[in-house]
Design a protein around this ligand. Structure first.
Ligand code: KIV
Ligand code: ZN
Length: 522
């Protein structure tokens, strides 16, 4: 018997495109959603929660297109506890080979107060809506939102109703990240023991990371009997995020001796999807993030390096290759050719068509002229900076900034806006302020800069700087990112990138995006 066959399988339910994308500022474009769904499908995710179809035309379109394209994964859509939501959800997922409707209602005292339903009225609503969903779709998942703050007796009662109405999966959300590992395990154990019919369904765990315990709580729930983990790539999600897929999957893989479960995830694809989600969501991965952080496999201290050279297991509990990190950080330079660049980018998870490679090669040569050694991180930054270029309405053409100790600093900028070349000059309190003022002179806007962050991609004074900005305008939030060996140029490009995204968001808000609320269930 293989080791795997002695273990229980845990189903991986990814909600990057629903709970993750819902995070303020993380909105993805239609094509970005399709791309992430394809990567999830190829990676072996069992169920993809592709969106919330009633939320907007855009969400509906994304879920239905993902449903039609998915090759292996089951495709799920979210619906509140009303017939309109459930019908719309079914319309979006019904073309999938394996469709699922996920319907939910908040069952804790605080959440029951929102639709103003008493316990009995809510019980009726649950019976009706799960039955309705089940009449449309064979596979129905039901969630009592804020389950971990719901009275135990009431939770048992409503879970039994949902099972009797035909739900096949009962998801137990820790909506506000309030539970702790022992409680998480006990809750699932009690539900399985006490609720009639519990043996016929799968229990799922859905944790948020407000207290930094989402991974531990999810694994504890599995120890308690849950067999589905709901999670997102990079732990993307509202507030402190959701359970990180890469963390639970690698924990089961690396510590199979004491966490005896397995998944069908191809872990060598983790790094690539992590980069893609970071890029399209605009949420950079923190350097010391477990599994996919830039420093997760870096060993800088002298003692560590010495130990690693003798035996990599001295300080490494998993191999970089297991998570899709190229084993060597082969340095590229200005003499590297197009074939070498293509092969290097493929190792890093980017596959490019010939015309794309041509464009990236030009940028790579420009970078290599300015920077002696081009590391993996530089190439990833370069690829991320090349995003969105084709559809952008605003683009930087040239920038000259005059700096000095006796300010104010002055920026002369040339941009291409909707195909037209325009020029402006502006002063400011520092080179970045002057540059942003010059952009604003050419493209007046009311966006407020919420975050401005600079990070060196590698070491040395010729290192590229990655600049991230987050901007807010009329309730829409967009992040922009860029990299350049010149910090002010990177700042200008990141700022323009965020403005481009805000233009797209503004257009999408017109169709009603995010105007719907979980609170509005009737
Ligand atoms: O956190 C939560 O409760 C949710 C539900 C909609 C399942 O995301
Ligand atoms: Zn959630």
């Amino acid at each position: 018997m293989t080791q795997t066959s002695q273990k229980d399988r845990v189903v991986i339910f990814d909600t990057t495109l629903r709970d993750g994308e819902q995070s303020p500022g993380a909105t993805m474009s239609h094509l970005e959603k399709l791309e992430i769904a394809q990567l999830l499908d190829e990676m072996g995710v069992d169920i993809i929660e592709a969106g919330f179809p009633i939320a907007s035309e855009g969400d509906f379109k994304a879920v239905s297109e993902i449903a039609q394209r998915s090759k292996n994964s089951m495709i799920c859509g979210l619906a509140r506890a009303n017939y309109g939501d459930i019908d719309r959800c079914w319309d979006a997922v019904k073309h999938a080979e394996k469709p699922r409707i996920h319907t939910f209602i908040g069952t804790s005292p605080l959440h029951r107060a929102i639709p103003n339903l008493d316990m009995d009225q809510m019980a009726v609503r649950i019976h009706e809506t799960v039955t309705h969903a089940r009449n449309l779709c064979e596979d129905v998942q039901w969630s009592p939102m804020d389950a971990t703050r719901t009275e135990l007796d009431y939770l048992f009662r409503v879970v039994e109703i949902a099972i009797k109405a035909g739900a096949r999966t009962i998801n137990i959300p820790d909506t506000v990240g309030y539970t702790a590992p022992m409680e998480s395990a006990d809750l699932i154990r009690m539900l399985i023991e006490k609720v009639p019919g519990a043996d016929d369904v799968i229990f799922a765990t859905h944790c948020h990371n407000d207290l930094g315990m989402a991974t531990a709580n999810s694994l504890a729930a599995v120890a308690g009997g849950a067999r589905q983990i709901e999670c997102t790539i990079n732990g993307l999600g509202e507030r402190a995020g959701n359970t990180a897929l890469e963390e639970v999957v690698m924990a089961m893989k690396v510590r199979g001796d004491i966490i005896p479960y397995y998944t069908d995830i191809d872990t060598t694809k983790l790094m690539n999807i992590s980069h893609r989600v970071a890029t399209v969501s605009g949420f950079a991965v923190q350097f010391n993030k477990a599994i996919v952080g830039k420093n997760a496999f870096a060993h800088e201290s002298g003692i560590h390096q010495d130990g690693m050279l003798k035996n990599s297991e001295t300080f490494e509990i998993m191999r970089p290759e297991d998570v899709g990190l190229a084993a060597t950080n082969l340095v590229m330079g200005k003499h590297s050719g197009r074939a070498a660049l293509r092969s290097k980018l493929e190792d890093l998870g980017f596959s490019l068509a010939d015309n794309q490679l041509k464009d990236v090669f030009v940028r790579f040569k420009e970078l290599a002229d300015r920077k002696k050694e081009v590391f993996d991180e530089d190439l990833i930054a370069l690829m991320r900076a090349s995003e969105d270029v084709e559809n952008n309405r605003l683009a930087l053409q040239s920038l000259t900034v005059i700096c000095g100790t006796d300010g104010p600093q002055k920026a002369d900028i040339t941009m291409v806006i909707d195909g037209e070349k325009v020029t402006a000059s502006a002063a400011g309190d520092g080179p970045v302020d002057a540059t942003f003022n010059a952009v604003k002179a050419l493209h007046p806007h009311n966006a407020r800069l919420q975050l401005y962050q600079v990070q060196a991609v590698t070491e040395g004074t010729d290192a590229q700087a990655t600049v991230s900005v987050r901007m807010e305008e009329d309730g829409n939030i967009a992040t922009g990112e860029s990299a350049d060996t010149d910090t002010v140029v990177a700042s200008a490009k990141a700022y323009i990138n965020a403005l481009n995204r805000l233009l797209v968001r503004g257009e999408r808000t017109g169709e009603g995006l995010r105007q719907i609320s979980y609170k509005d269930i009737s």
